[in-house]
Structure formats: C-alpha cells, structure tokens
Design a protein around this ligand. Structure first.
Ligand code: ADP
Ligand code: ZN
Length: 732
C-alpha cells in the first residue's frame, strides 16, 4: 500500500471526516472540520466525546450517516507527524484479521498518551569548561560525567556522579556549569554502521549479501534466516541492519523476551558503538514518551523491543527483524489476541520493506512458507569458527533411575562433577518454577489448589508461599492440611528449580549455584548481573526455566542437562512436539559455543519418542517432515485454519448456556467443522468458568467473515465474555 498522494484525503472547513479513537468502540466517528482548519488522513486530533475531550487519528472521509447538526467539530490538531498509511492499514488489518475493534488496536499504537503533547522544555546542565580553584572529588565526578558533552538533567547528573543536588547547584552558581533549555534527554549519538565490522565466514557472507540486497531493493520480501545455534545469525542480520542504517531508514528488531536483550544490547553496542532505543513494559512512562516521539520524528534509528514495539509510529521504517521467530511469547493472549510474528510480516508488506525471521528452529508455518517459495530461506548450516554442535545423548531414566529422593540420574551427576572439576560450566534446565509443582496431604490425599483456577498451587519455599502460576493467587505456606487438619502431613511432589538447587547444594556442596527464573530475576539489570557472573566464571551451575534457554552465549558452558525432557510432550497440545523440539534445541544450543566441545544430556522416560530421537540424531529436518505429514493427515494447521472461541463467565451455568447457544448456531457450510463446546482444560481461570469451541476451516474459506456472521447471530448478556483466538497457540 504505497502512500499515493492522490488517495490522501484533505478535509477543508465544513467537511466531515471520520476519526478513530483509541477506545474499543465498533467504528470511527464523524467530526466536522471547523473554520480555519484543514486536516489530512493520519493526523492526530483532539475531539469531543460526550463530556470528555479525547485524542484520535483522522481515519478517512466521513461516513455521512449522522445528521449534519449532530456532528461536532474537531477541537484541535496535534503537532505530530501524521500516522502513516502503512500503520493505519496495519491497524485495520489487525482489527479485521483478529476480530478486534479498530480502536482497541489503535490504543496499542497510542500507548503513551502523554507523548502526544509537545514536550515541556527541560533544564539541562552542561560544562562551561571553567574550573574552580579547588576541585573536590565530588565536583570532579560531576565534570567527569559531563565530559562527553551531552547535556544532562540535574537529577541524572547528581545520580550519575553520586553527589547531592547542592553540589550541582553550587557549580552553576559559581559559573562552572550552564543551564540550557532542551526538549529531550535521551538523544545520544547515532549508531555507526562501520563501528566494528566482523569478518564473515563464507556461509555468513552469502546470507548477509542476500539480506543486504533485499534492503537495497526496498520492497517487501520475507527472509527466513535458518541457522543452527551459534552459527552467527545475529552477526548476519546486523549486516542488514547496517545496510538499512546507511540508507537513513529505521530498523525495528523484535525479541521474544526482554531478559534476552541484556547480552543483545552489549553485542549491538560493540557492533554499532551505541546502545539502541529499547521498548518494553519495564520502561518508565517518561522514557516511553521520549522513545515514542523519537520514533515518530525519525530520531530513533533503531528500536529493539518486545511485541508491542510493532505498533510504534515509525517515520521511515526500512527493515523489521523478528529474532527467534518461532517463540510462543510472540503470541499475545490478552486484550487484542495477535501473533507479533505474523503482524510483523504484514507490516513489512504494507510498508513495502524486507522482513527477516531468524531462528535455529523455525516454526512449522515459516518452514512451510519457505518450502513453498513464499519466503526466501537463507541457511547457516554450521557453527561459527571452531565451535561444533553439541553432542546430544538421552539418558533412559527407566534403566538409570536416580536414587530415591533425588531427581538427577547417576549419569548426569557424573557428567556435572567432571565438568565443574574441569573448570567449565553447567546449565540445568527444568521448566518448573518454585519448589514443587504439587503439594498433597499424606493422610487424606487432599491436593492444594487455587481457589480461582483449575490448577495446583505451587510451593515456593524460598519465599515461604504457595502460588498459582495462572492468576497470581498467593497464600502462606500451610503447616497443616486445610482439609483434614492434620499437622505436618503435607508433602511436596515432584521437582521445581528450587528443589533441584537444594539437591545440588547437598550433593555438590562446593559448586557455586544460581537459579534463574522469573521469580529470582525480576528486572533486566538483575538478568545482566547474572549474565556477567556467568561470563566472569563466578557460577558453576546455572539452574533455570525457559528464561535461560534463549540467545545466551557463555563460552565456558559445556554441559547442558535437561532434567525432564518429557515435560512438554504430554497434554495433547497441537504444537506439543514442535514446541518441545524448539525449546530443547534452544537450551541444547547453549552448550559448547566456542572451542570447548559441548554435551547435552536429556533425562527421559520415553527415549523412543520421535522428539527425543530427533534431538539425539540431530535430525531436525526429518522431524519437520514427519510433523508436517502428521498435521496434513489430521487436517491441522498450517494446512487448515483454526480459530478458538472462548466463552467465559463467573457463573458456570451461564458460560455453558452461551456456549451451547453458539454451538447450535454454528456455521454448517461444507468444509467448516466446529468442535465442542467443551470445558477448557483450565476450566476455571481467574474465577471465570471457561468453555471452548474450535473452528476448523479450509484455507479457501474466509474464516473471519464466517466467524463474524456466526457471532452476530447469537446474543448473550454482559455477564458472559466471548473471545475469538485466531490461529490459537494455547489450548488451555
Ligand atoms: P546465533 O544467533 O546463530 O546463535 P550468534 O550470532 O550469537 O549465533 O553467534 C555465536 C557467537 O559467534 C557469538 O559470540 C558471535 O559474536 C560469534 N560470531 C559469529 N559470527 C562471527 C564472525 N563472523 N566473526 C566473529 N565472531 C562471530
Ligand atoms: Zn489461580
């Protein structure tokens, strides 16, 4: 959708235009352009809505279905670059494809309301160059902070120099610092494409050349950068970033989880000389406001962020990179349900720019698209330099069980000891937070469960709490059984990472252990500290959940132990096998990334399972082919389209009734199948009872139109909520 001048609406005084508001309304509303104003599509405006004044975006010409005397005038134009056609098109597409209201999608693009206001001038401090006769250590620190020439806020200056505000004030008073007015405090220097250029290997060079030529062509193409772990995918797509920056266009890099960005940011900095703009939920409103404006005024050349960064108003976007494209955290499942990987591809199409999807374990969807020629596959088949892919072995737990009361088999035990004694590092992976996944009463068999969800409460021994991992419910550790009242009768069943740490502290008392989960690592800074402890060899064994699997590069890490490789294989989820292969390949990929050889041990009770075999044999493509054949035979995605309809209510009967009404009204066209209703596997979640219907349609059907017609034919009270999940990931 090129931004053709002819299609641009220009509304003069007296004309009506439609304005989309960042509110979940069904449609855009009409407003009149008042005397003396003229507006364009995409402009940010302030309009009256009832008794309020709200900001919105001019979406098109008026729909004309409101009486002229009822139409209210636009209040004001905001001084911002208009939202480009490509982003407006994306918002309309997301709303249409995912059955969301356009206003709810617009809200994701206008997530920082204060960013719409012109910034207040800030008082910034700079060094005048003159020096007092006596330079105290405190004053010296202030001068040192300012020596890079960047103006600073008083608060930042005193924090960075560790001095009180009076020291700064004293220096101003004596004429050694000057106050200047500024609007932005985050503008540093721009990334330098030539700061530090790596020497690429043959495969890397070939892939990088392809990527750079797609940047040069300035048109839409999806590149699937399919390279084994440690092959240098990041290094290769950095070349495409460099080529884009040289053309003066902006780059968006999406990462699945922000913890991963600690090392990513360092690598970016060593390649391009500066830290990029980041975008994620941990940032303060003030920083988000700055970043939003910087992006929209083309002052931020590169943004790295989580999925919500997709909706930023880039002024001249030239490239989108989705790293770890297969990652399930790209799927948003609250508010507007969408898959950021798919939306990124659509944004690339609308903006007519290249997209790079990078992964060592591409999703079945992307793999299929590449095989069909819709995406261009660029392969990196070997690890960089001397590094070899790790040797993967399965430990058959039926033959080599752990001794009673332990979770690690003798084989893993021995390997860990050897590794640590040899001065190398171990990573132990168990995707279970807390101490134990289940607590039950030895006397009456009662299992501690969440009052709001169909889920067990998980013991967290370190914080002495029982937690629900679905709704966040917390209670204190029980001393006696809540059912039969017997004291000391509760027993922990199964291992969580805390329990593993306890076991290791007992059997390897000298090893330095760290646990890394979302409970122990609450912030990015915290993650960075753990990473630097790993790099500085202050940790022997790192134990963690999936948080430790992604992206990290630890040169001394040579052994990865997967405590329960079967964990993701049960449950009957459509993607269970695919996801297990991805997750376990990711975690395996942490081992032996430099000259030291790596080894992976998978503890499993079903070593003959195709997933375990594929991992041991390193036969990813064989696995993908088998999985695709199975999906095709079962008529499952990517061969058909799926949508889930989830009905929930605090009143169980009501949810069941609405689900039954929907099932009765279900479309009965040829190749459309509707399954259910059935209680969702987590039948109660956050106090709401849930039923699910699953809709399967051939790829020829217009699934959205069918769903819209169907949902419109049934009505329900406000006490029930019906949500549609297109291309669902989670079947819980
Ligand atoms: P991947 O993203 O495919 O897992 P990385 O990009 O993280 O791989 O590369 C693995 C390691 O090898 C990193 O430490 C990276 O800096 C290094 N590396 C890869 N390619 C090169 C290169 N051409 N020159 C120097 N170092 C490289
Ligand atoms: Zn709960």
């Amino acid at each position: 959708m090129a931004e053709s001048v002819a299609s641009l609406l220009r509304g003069g005084p007296g004309e009506t235009v439609s304005v989309l508001l960042p509110i979940p309304l069904a449609r855009a509303y009409d407003y009149r352009v008042p005397a003396g104003m003229s507006v364009e599509e995409g402009q940010y405006v302030r309009v009256p809505l009832g008794a309020r004044v709200v900001s919105g975006v001019v979406w098109g010409s008026g729909s004309g279905d409101v009486a002229a005397n009822k139409i209210r005038p636009i209040g004001a134009l905001l001084k911002l670059p208009p939202m480009k056609a490509e982003l407006r098109g994306l918002i309309d597409w997301v709303a249409h494809y995912y059955l969301a209201s356009p206003g709810a999608v617009l809200r994701m693009a206008m997530s920082v309301p204060t960013a719409l206001e012109p910034p207040k001038p800030l008082k910034l401090y700079i060094d005048t160059g003159s020096r007092p006769q006596r330079v105290t250590p405190q004053r010296a620190r202030v001068f040192a902070v300012l020596s890079d020439g960047l103006p600073r806020l008083a608060a930042d200056l005193s924090r960075m120099a560790s001095v009180g505000p009076d020291v700064v004030r004293g220096l101003v008073h004596a004429g050694h610092l000057n106050i200047v007015a500024g609007t932005s405090f985050s503008e540093g220097s721009n990334p330098d494409p030539n700061h530090s250029i790596p020497t690429l290997s043959g495969f890397q060079r070939a892939a990088a050349n392809e990527l750079c030529s797609s940047v040069g062509a300035e048109r839409f193409v999806v590149n699937l950068l399919d390279g084994v772990t440690g092959s240098g995918k990041t290094e290769v797509y950095f070349e495409a970033i460099s080529a884009t920056l040289k053309t003066g266009r902006q780059v968006l890099v999406l990462l699945p989880e922000i913890a991963l960005s600690a090392q990513w940011l360092c690598r970016f900095e060593s390649r391009f000389g500066v830290r990029p703009t980041t975008w994620h939920s941990e940032l303060s409103t003030a920083t988000r406001r700055e970043s939003w404006r910087a992006v929209s005024f083309a002052r931020a050349p590169l943004v790295v962020g989580t999925r919500s960064a997709l909706f930023l108003p880039f002024a001249k976007l030239g490239l989108i990179v989705v790293d770890e494209e297969h990652d399930a955290s790209y799927k948003q499942e609250d508010g507007v349900f969408y898959n950021a990987r798919d939306v990124a591809v659509m944004r690339g199409r609308l903006a007519a720019i290249p997209v790079i999807l990078a992964s060592a374990t591409p999703s079945l969807e992307s793999h299929c698209n590449a095989s069909a020629g819709r995406y261009r596959r660029l392969s990196l088949p070997t690890r960089h330099g001397e590094a070899k892919l790790p040797d993967v072995e399965a430990i058959d737990m039926r033959r080599q069980p752990p001794v009673r009361g332990r979770w690690l088999s003798p084989a893993l035990d021995t390997a860990m000891r050897e590794t640590v004694e040899g001065g190398e590092q171990v990573m132990l992976f168990l995707n279970r937070r807390g101490y134990a996944p289940l607590t039950l009463c030895r006397s009456c068999g009662f299992r501690l469960h969440c009052p709001n969800c169909t889920a067990w409460l998980v013991e967290h021994r370190l914080t002495r709490k029982m937690r629900c991992h679905h709704c966040g419910y917390v209670e204190k550790l029980a001393e006696s059984c809540p059912e039969c009242g017997l004291e000391g009768s509760l027993v922990a069943c199964g291992p969580g990472v805390e329990r593993l740490a306890e076991e290791l502290a007992r059997v390897m008392p000298k090893a330095r252990l760290k646990v890394m989960t979302s409970d122990t690592v609450a912030s990015i800074r915290h993650a960075e500290m753990l990473v630097s402890d790993m790099l500085a060899n202050r940790i022997d064994v790192l134990i963690g959940t999936q948080m430790i699997t992604k992206g990290y590069h630890f040169p001394r890490l040579t052994l990865v132990g997967v405590v329960d490789a079967d964990l993701g294989l049960s449950g009957g989820d459509l993607r269970a096998s695919e996801r297990s292969v991805q997750l376990l390949s990711q975690v395996s990929g942490r081992a032996g990334r430099e000259e030291r050889a790596g080894r992976v041990l998978l503890q499993s009770y079903m070593t003959e399972h195709p997933v375990i075999r594929a991992l041991v044999e390193g036969d990813r493509d064989g696995f993908l082919a088998a999985e695709l054949a199975a999906r095709s035979a079962a008529r499952m995605p990517p061969f058909v389209r799926l949508a889930a309809v989830i009905i929930s209510s605090r009143i169980e009967r009501l949810a069941a009734d609405v689900a039954a009404d929907l099932a009765r009204a279900a479309p009965r066209e040829g190749e459309i199948e509707v399954f259910g209703p059935a209680p969702a596997p987590i039948a109660q979640l956050r106090g709401r009872f849930r039923f699910r219907l699953l809709v399967k349609a051939s790829r020829r059907h217009n699934l959205q139109a069918i769903l819209r017609g169907w949902l419109a034919s049934v009505s329900w009270t406000r006490a029930a909520i019906v949500r549609v999940d297109i291309d669902p990931y989670s079947f819980m």
